[in-house]
Design a protein around this ligand. Structure first.
Ligand code: SF4
Length: 150
């Protein structure tokens, strides 16, 4: 079973009230066992909401409010949903396809905290949690190379 960022399959959970739908991720979900999560929504944040980015290990929204607790709680809730779903289906979590650059879901690179679109090395809060458990994480940009068997 794979974990997938909910915004990548067209659910309007993004900070601006929209989504990041990627048809090839939707297709992957139709062909594989998947569970969708949105750590920010599951942490209690509404859509639309202020955009937020990581700064020195904390998550700060554009107005300057520290929203780290929402992000941390949401990551824990998303992980719980994924583990419960895998257990119910009698499957193991094979990996995750998460939205690139997000402060929750980014993998390898995230926005740098200046709200200018610049990126720095790093992982989203949820991604880090999965990686610490040894779960492979890819983004919408490289999941085919990582997960689609030749
Ligand atoms: S990137 Fe992750 S936290 Fe942000 S809207 Fe998409 S699923 Fe939710």
């Amino acid at each position: 079973m794979f974990i997938v960022s909910r915004c990548l399959i067209g659910i309007n959970c993004k900070y601006d009230g929209g989504n990041n739908v990627k048809p090839d991720v939707v297709r992957f979900c139709e062909e594989h066992s998947c569970v969708s999560v949105c750590p920010e929504a599951q942490g209690g944040l509404k859509s639309p909401r202020e955009p937020a980015e990581q700064v020195d290990g904390r998550v700060i929204d554009k107005s300057g409010k520290d929203v780290t607790e929402f992000f941390q709680r949401g990551a824990e809730e998303a992980l719980r949903l994924a583990m419960d779903t895998a257990e119910r289906k009698g499957e193991v979590i094979e990996g995750a396809i998460l939205k690139a650059y997000s402060p929750s879901c980014g993998c390898g690179y995230i926005y740098d905290g200046t709200f200018t679109g610049r990126r720095v090395s790093g992982n989203g809060i949820f991604t880090k949690m999965l990686k610490d458990m040894g779960i492979p994480v890819a983004t919408e940009n490289n999941f085919k190379e990582v997960f689609v068997r030749k």
